[in-house]
Design a protein around this ligand. Structure first.
Ligand code: GTP
Ligand code: MG
Length: 561
């Protein structure tokens, strides 16, 4: 057991040192990457993290004048970037050129004296700008450009989709409307950085890194903010050779990595709850497979999940990012399938037996690997192309993937998005889920190692199934919807845009038609019994009729998703 432990530790150190070397070469990589028009995942994340450390988040009075605001804030240093957005009031994100400016700005801030209550005197980078009563309060607030941080409702989305000229354009339009903006990503990194300031009270060298859809390039506006507390940088070796002596810290010991993670998260969660300005509804979910602290960050409007010791999830995010970068069609298809699944209740924000967005994304990647001309390489191919500096083993799991994307030679696949979408639905409408496992490492179907309804091998922890939670009902709903959508995409009424009553009112077609409430789904479980009496063609006929009659009112019954 002991040797196993030291082996594990050695592997962790290997990963850590890889990361440290990476951090040192970030600048170089960034320059080279920027010149080549592409940046490696870790370099991009480091750049954003560093920007966030030079940034502050300021709540502004409602009638703030942009020029006056910037004049005042720039007294403390050169502003590199800034933007405004509305959450509970107007907020500004200000990125200074250097960190010193923040020290100067903070020197000018005071702890408010609150009436009837008492303030926790924690000096964070979340600030409030107040009028002092001197000078004029200009009312030029209407000149403020406010960034949007939430997706448009589905009925508005379908109207946009209907106006496009082709299904390919519809998928591109969906991505444009839903994807995270640069500003939204900056705000996410800033929230991580603000939380780091709290955790740094105990662990000064810690980093809080975002992972999941914030960084994997498949994030939709409004998605949660997954973060992990990275303490690995603290545990570097500092052995002086030759003296025969070495000093080490005395530390408390837990019975396992898990118990240490739980106690660290418990304390940080408590600090976030007691001292974190804007952090509300803090829940410590420490007994989950992956212990976490969940809370809402009110100034940004983000639902946050803070985990620790979660480097494999970060690697999965990098993997998805790499796949998203290889071909623009990957992101368009993933956004379309995720949106379609959400509208039809295949995915849900409530934890349960539903398919998750992560699993859905892996389903799309696998489908793209299985094309006659594969659009994407397998994970084993990405590993084989890796440089020695890309080597990464996390907790005994082989997690190496190539970071230099120019080494990846893609096959010439020229499928349109329309074709890919249609064949995605056909592929999974007829997939042998009962006997077969989905495996993006090999890019091939494998025999199922266990009897869960849906088996998608975890790309890095290959003994695990990422869709273990999915029950038969949910899988059947997914398959039924895939079949229905594949059928719809063969109908000429659905494939072509028809003239509406006016230019603004076009009957739903293409992707917009797929987002209409489904006959199979609205019938629910009862409907599955009914299906026996109603052949598929009849169900589809009624769906088509509803399509034809609903000109322009697309998705009127659908709520915002
Ligand atoms: P959203 O639904 O937009 O939040 O997508 P997401 O990709 O951020 O998914 P989620 O918040 O559920 O999970 C965050 C990350 O954790 C994912 O991107 C994966 O890297 C990882 N993850 C999620 N579910 C699993 C799982 O079942 N197994 C493993 N190993 N990792 C998971
Ligand atoms: Mg997430």
């Amino acid at each position: 057991q002991l040797s196993q432990k030291s082996d594990l530790r050695a592997r962790r150190i290997l990963t850590r040192s890889t990361f440290a070397t990476k951090a040192q070469t970030v600048k170089k990589t960034l320059q080279a990457g920027a010149a080549a028009g592409k940046e490696s995942f870790s370099a991009l994340q480091e750049e954003r993290r560093e920007q966030a450390e030079r940034s502050v988040l300021i709540s502004c009075p409602p009638n703030i004048n942009q020029k006056k605001f910037l004049d005042y804030i720039s007294k403390h240093g050169h502003i590199q970037n800034h933007f405004f957005y509305q959450s509970y009031g107007i907020y500004a994100v200000v990125e200074y050129a250097t960190k010193d400016s923040i020290t100067a700005l903070k020197a000018n801030c005071s702890i408010p004296s609150v009436q009837h209550e008492a303030a926790v005197p924690f000096k964070s980078r979340l600030l409030s700008l107040k009028w002092t009563g001197q000078g004029s309060q200009s009312n030029a607030s209407n000149t403020l450009k406010l960034q949007k941080h939430l997706p448009i409702p589905v009925n508005e989305l379908t109207q946009h989709l209907c106006k496009q000229e082709s299904i390919d354009q519809q998928l591109q339009c969906l991505t444009d409307l839903y994807q995270l903006t640069e500003e939204n990503i900056s705000l996410r990194f800033l929230v991580c950085s603000l939380l780091r300031d709290i955790a740094a009270a105990y662990f000064p060298e810690c980093i809080i890194r975002p992972f999941g859809s914030t960084v994997n390039s498949f994030g939709k506006l409004g998605c949660d903010l997954d973060m992990f507390l990275d303490l690995d940088g603290i545990s570097g070796q500092n052995q002086r050779k030759g003296s025969g002596l070495s000093l080490e810290y005395q530390v408390k010991q837990g019975t396992s990595e898990r118990t240490v993670t739980q106690s660290v998260l418990s304390v940080i969660g408590e600090c976030v709850d007691q001292f974190g300005p804007g952090c509300v509804g803090v829940q410590k979910i420490l007994n989950a497979r992956c212990p976490l602290v969940r809370f809402a960050h009110q100034p940004s409007g983000f639902q946050c999940d803070l985990t620790a010791n979660n480097r494999v999830a970060m690697k999965s995010s990098e993997l998805l990012f790499v796949y998203g970068k290889l071909d623009a069609r990957v992101r368009h298809l993933v956004f379309a399938v995720r949106c379609w699944a959400r509208v039809h209740g295949i995915t849900s924000s409530i934890p349960g037996a539903w398919i998750t967005n992560f699993s859905l994304t892996v389903l799309v990647l696998f489908f793209l690997q299985r094309r006659t001309q594969p659009l994407l390489p397998t994970l084993d191919q990405l590993r084989d192309l890796a440089d020695p500096s890309d080597q990464c083993v996390i907790e005994g799991n082989e997690c190496t993937i190539v970071s230099d994307l120019s080494k990846i030679k893609l096959q010439k696949n020229t499928d349109t998005l329309e074709k890919l979408l249609q064949e995605f639905f056909e592929f999974y409408g007829n997939f042998a889920f009962s006997s077969t496992s989905i495996n993006i490492r090999k890019g091939k179907e494998q025999n199922k190692p266990e009897s869960t309804p849906l088996h998608i091998q975890n790309p890095f922890e290959t003994g695990l199934n990422i869709s273990k939670n999915v029950n038969t009902t949910q899988l059947e709903r997914f398959v039924a919807l895939c079949r229905e959508s594949a059928w719809l995409l063969e109908q000429k009424e659905v494939l072509k845009r028809s003239a509406g009553q006016s230019a603004d009112v076009i009957p739903p077609w293409g992707l917009a038609a797929l987002l209409l409430p489904s006959v199979a789904q609205s019938a629910g479980v009862k409907g599955r019994r009914k299906k026996k009496h109603h052949p598929a063609s009849e169900r589809i006929k009624s769906l088509l009729e509803s399509l034809k009659s609903s000109s322009g009112g697309a998705g009127a019954k659908q709520s915002a998703v």
